[in-house]
Design a protein around this ligand. Structure first.
Ligand code: NAD
Length: 285
């Protein structure tokens, strides 16, 4: 039996995938409307978190406080040997604490942040970056293989989050620098329609130019399912990790600062692609 706890953009997409494969997962969220939606999908949707206990529990939560709250109610209800697979993006220090807490309760906790967004979850093509014990990963692997095309065991507890935060720091800063570069091209007489195919066939390309611009920015859809607020959280976590590790991030920190500087122009609830779009339109971080 598998449970998914936290049914937002990512959690609901993972639950949809598991139901679609004919498994009978449990879905739980603090929000009763999300629990009702899980029931409508065909999942088991109990009223109480303790009834969401399962041998493999997937978490998809917005921050450390939410994971702390869920574990305090869930751990006492979990059968010994259960594995918690936390796909939330959190600090490495926080997840090491959660792993110790789970171990003390006779369970295991893997940090397993993901890349690929809600579309990747529905398609079962996520990339999952795992930190924690190999034996716990093997226990959870049959479930994880339904959700992820790449299951990367990075190392001990916290290593998955290190990989994810480095990845998202690059995504956040590439979006900012690509937006400024495209603004430069337009100001000098070559707009994004002409410039993007050039960049994407040359060495200036990144996911910002290959994926974000065509799919969500140039198209004007802004429906990626990842909010600016969550990207701000990831940037903060990455900068805090850099400070803790004593790794200077001078140029990167300057580009990353655009995410906080433009929080009035692009509020937390907006799609994260609104931020590079605003920079392209002339917003100055
Ligand atoms: P979201 O804001 O859409 O959903 C979060 C869900 O958690 C909401 O349904 C909320 O009601 C629920 N929740 C909050 N506190 C809770 C609690 N105490 N108990 C139970 N449920 C609770 O967020 P999301 O976009 O689904 O992201 C979830 C996590 O995955 C975040 O850590 C995010 O950084 C990470 N992530 C998101 C994406 C993406 O594309 N959306 C991609 C990779 C990683």
């Amino acid at each position: 039996m598998t449970a998914v706890i936290g049914l937002g953009n990512m959690g609901m997409a993972m639950l949809t995938r598991l139901v679609g494969l004919g498994t009978s997962p449990i879905g739980w969220d603090l929000d009763p409307a999300k629990r009702a939606a899980a029931g409508a999908l065909g999942a088991t949707a109990p009223a109480g978190l303790a009834q969401a206990a399962a041998k493999v529990v997937i978490l998809s939560l917005p921050n450390e406080a939410a994971v702390t709250a869920v574990l305090s109610d869930l751990l006492p209800a979990l059968p010994a040997g259960s594995v918690i697979v936390d796909t939330s993006t959190l600090s490495p220090a926080a997840v090491r604490g959660f792993a110790q807490q789970a171990e003390a309760a006779g369970c295991a906790y893997l940090d397993a942040p993901v890349s690929g967004g809600p579309a990747g979850a529905v398609a079962g093509t996520l990339a999952m970056m795992i930190g924690g014990e190999a034996a716990a990963l093997e226990h959870a692997r049959p479930v994880l293989e339904k959700l992820a095309a790449k299951i990367l065991h990075i190392g001990a507890s916290g290593a998955g989050q290190v990989a994810k935060l480095v990845n998202n720091l690059l995504v956040a800063t590439h979006l900012v620098t690509a937006a400024e570069a495209l603004r430069l091209g337009a100001a000098a007489g070559v707009g994004p329609e002409a410039l993007l195919p050039v960049l994407n066939g040359a060495t200036g390309r990144s996911a910002a130019t290959e994926v974000n611009w065509p799919r969500w920015i140039a198209s004007g859809t802004f429906d990626s399912g990842f909010s600016a607020g969550l990207m701000r959280k990831d940037v903060r976590l990455a900068l805090a990790m850099a400070a803790e590790a004593g790794a200077p991030l001078d140029a990167t920190a300057r580009a990353a600062a655009a995410w906080e500087a433009l929080s009035a122009t692009v509020p937390d609830s907006d799609d994260f692609n609104r931020l590079p779009a605003a920079i392209f339109e002339g917003a100055t971080p």
